[in-house]
Design a protein. Structure first.
Lengths: 185, 110
């Protein structure tokens, strides 16, 4: 029992240690950083030490932005940090260039998303005016109704034919039975 | 800074927003962050990295190697990078360190 307790204790502690990442070590994942650097300066070798440092600088930058934005947010007596607060923080910290570029990117993002939503109906791609499309739609509906009516009529005729046939067979059967009766009587 | 033209400005994001959010939340008093705000911070961080890397690249004469020294130099020189001063101190040789100590001692005497 004692051994079991000790085991659980260390197990639990290890779990807790794995969960709680100390603040100083919380950084962007290396893979993402490497990918970025590769895109920016594809032909340059970057020392590992420098990579490590850039990672930490990123964290520092994010912390700075966060606390500045938080201040603005509190001043406005809001509970959630919104985009305006971040933009304000960028201005206050002297990163105006990032602000204008980030805004432009956000606008592009929204435009692309909106366009994608419209294109999902594929109407714009056809390049056909709306009235023409409506007319085509009406035609298709009419055609469908005709085909449906024709199919139904066909079914009805078939049912009739089958009913007729079964009736005839029954009558024939009856006739046979009657004739048989006739023989005996 | 006025000549900054981001390459990564095509609307896509490389840095993981979830991680950025974690880093922000580890700042004291940061409570909730809106989606747009998180997007802005992530994008701004990407621009920051791009800017930093480009500056080092330019200042080291477009060498094909990015080193600690390059980074340290830029941090000391550039105004907008000043907040990183404490993170990236210039490395000095032991000899330089001794000289600095000696100077300090001398000034303390007076």
């Amino acid at each position: 029992m004692y051994m079991l307790c000790a085991f659980f204790n260390t197990f639990w502690q290890t779990l807790k240690m794995a969960e709680a990442v100390p603040e100083e070590e919380l950084t962007i994942p290396r893979a993402a950083m490497n990918k970025m650097i590769k895109e920016i300066v594809p032909s340059v070798r970057v020392a590992n030490e420098a990579r490590e440092l850039i990672l930490n600088c990123c964290s520092e930058f994010i912390h700075l932005l966060a606390s500045e934005a938080n201040e603005i947010c509190t001043q406005q007596q809001k509970k959630t940090i919104n985009a305006e607060h971040i933009l304000g923080a960028l201005d206050r910290l002297g990163f105006n260039d990032y602000r204008t570029d980030a805004e432009a990117v956000l606008k592009d993002c929204k435009a692309v998303a909106a366009k994608r939503r419209r294109q999902s109906t594929r109407l714009e791609n056809l390049g056909i005016p709306e009235e023409e499309l409506l007319r085509q739609q009406q035609e298709l509906f009419a055609k469908a109704r005709e085909e449906q009516a024709a199919a139904e009529q066909q079914q009805w005729l078939q049912l009739q034919a089958e009913a007729q046939m079964s009736l005839q067979q029954q009558q024939h059967g009856d006739a046979l039975l009657n004739s048989e009766d006739g023989e005996y009587s | 800074m006025s000549s900054f033209k981001p390459k990564l400005g095509d609307g896509s994001i490389i840095l993981p927003q979830a991680r950025v959010k974690m880093i922000m939340k580890s700042s004291p008093d940061t409570e909730s962050i809106s989606t747009d705000a998180l997007y802005f911070v992530t994008k701004a961080t990407e621009f920051f990295v791009e800017h930093l890397v480009q500056e080092i690249y330019e200042s080291t004469g477009k060498s094909n190697e990015l080193t600690y020294k390059g980074l340290a130099d830029i941090v000391q020189k550039s105004d907008s990078m000043h907040f990183l001063k404490d993170m990236v101190p210039r490395k000095i040789t032991y000899k330089e360190y001794q000289e600095i100590l000696k100077e300090k001692e001398n000034s303390d005497l007076f």
